[in-house]
Design a protein around this ligand. Structure first.
Ligand SMILES: [Zn+2]
Length: 431
């Protein structure tokens, strides 16, 4: 459909009349409608074709039980049925030959902002992402295309511009009426306006900077940026549209301020104290440690490849590891975020984050839950994504081995389906 959306040279009326005459079938009317919608500046909604997956071992991510030799029927972008029985007639069938099916993974922290990046995320098994800030509302635009069925996904929980003392300048190209914020988002009034600017684009989340960044050589990630009072104002402003707040925080004071101010998630959390973790547990705040990206800081190549950051990463990594282990023991809810933009050099994936959690003592099922039901709860989408259940979105991956026994298999999905659309099919290459 995408080609038609961009392509037609003739006016919609002429095109439609021609097609109606050529073939009086519903598909022509549908195409006419699609073309007319596209030319009227609207995106046509398209629905995925029905699919049946047979001979699947389906993992229940709530309790780890496996339904063997199951048939999963996907229709209209939803899971229609899961269980025994043959595929319905007239439906495309994929034989999984005993491969293991899991819900699509959730990346709760990404900076993906272009088609190729979102496709890399999808091909890694990610069917839902939460944006942690991009320019030009690329997250909002991409998600609209996904919702309308123009591209396969992942779905995006959008955040627009990261609210911080210096907003990315591109913000003022989209919203010149907010140019007063160029002087710095440094007063409560301007913080509220920065939130309003994002809300006016329909974002699902507000992202804020509670401490300095780690990925730049001249900032100290332990330094607090906004006070509790300031963050509370941001949280209140976002709440006017029922929008939650995600807070970038490495340092403990900034993180504690953010948690007390009512943010829903702490991103990174490298230097968190037990007191802050306790506060998070009490308030039901989530920890999104983005551990794998800190490994990338310490390694050559990838998203980060500066000697100064390599040294920083070497002292951050054991601290973050210690924080994740303590958080997990305390019972803080932990989710998976990549913190990558899925650029061509990126080496960070959610499958690795899951495997790294297991390396820190999580049971494989716990680590899988972080990337599925736990992240879905954080996104308030636990009734529609994060599990292979009837009525849920048709977001699935298949892997070769049982991930509850061999967790690294999750890093290499052989089938990815998002909203009922096949995003990756390497079943033929699988053993
Ligand atoms: Zn980030």
């Amino acid at each position: 459909m995408a080609g038609l959306v961009h392509g037609p040279m003739a006016g919609p009326d002429l095109y439609c009349r021609l097609m109606r005459r050529l073939c009086q079938v519903s598909i022509a009317a549908f195409l006419c409608h699609a073309i007319a919608s596209a030319q009227a500046g609207r995106t046509p909604a398209t629905v995925a074709e029905p699919l049946a997956l047979v001979n699947a071992n389906v993992i229940n991510v709530h309790d780890g039980r496996i339904v063997t030799n199951a048939t999963i029927v996907l229709r209209g972008g939803r899971i229609e049925s899961v269980g025994a029985g043959a595929a319905p007639t007239g439906v495309k069938v994929l034989d999984l030959k005993g491969k293991y099916v899991l819900p699509g993974l959730i990346d709760a922290h990404t900076h993906a902002d272009n088609f190729a990046a979102f496709r890399r995320a999808l091909e890694s098994g990610v069917t839902t992402v939460r944006s942690a800030g991009v320019s030009n509302y690329a997250d909002v635009g991409f998600n609209t295309l996904v919702k309308n069925g123009v591209v396969a996904g992942p779905n995006v929980l959008t955040a627009g511009y990261h609210v911080r003392p210096q907003l990315a300048q591109e913000a003022f190209l989209s919203d010149p009426s907010y140019a007063d914020l160029m002087a710095g988002v440094t007063t409560i009034e301007r913080m509220r306006r920065a939130v309003q600017m994002n809300l006016s684009h329909g974002v699902d989340w507000i992202k804020i900077l509670a401490t300095e960044r780690a990925g730049t050589a001249d900032t100290d990630p332990r330094k607090q940026v906004y006070s509790e009072e300031e963050i509370r104002a941001i949280v209140q402003e976002a709440a006017t549209r029922n929008v939650p707040v995600e807070a970038h925080a490495h340092g403990d004071e900034g993180a504690m301020a953010a948690v007390k101010a009512g943010v829903r998630s702490i991103e990174h959390g490298t230097y968190l104290s037990d007191a802050t973790l306790e506060e998070m547990k009490q308030r039901g705040a989530y920890l999104d440690p983005t551990y794998t990206t800190v490994i990338d800081l310490t390694d050559a190549g990838g998203d980060y490849d500066l000697p100064a950051l390599r040294i920083r990463g070497e002292h951050m990594l054991p601290r973050l590891r210690d924080t994740v282990i303590r958080a997990h023991k305390l019972g803080v809810m932990i989710v998976t975020g990549s913190d990558t933009g899925y650029g061509p050099n990126s080496v960070t994936r959610i499958g690795q984050e899951i495997a790294n959690f297991v390396g820190m003592g999580f049971r494989p099922l716990d680590a899988i839950q972080s990337a599925t039901i736990r992240s879905a709860e954080m996104l308030r989408l636990e009734k529609s994504i994060g599990a292979v259940e009837i009525g849920f979105e048709a977001d699935l991956i298949a892997v070769e081995k049982n991930p509850l026994e061999t967790i690294t298999t999750i890093q290499d999905p052989v089938l990815v389906i998002s909203n009922g659309r096949i995003g990756l099919d390497r079943l033929n290459f699988a053993r």
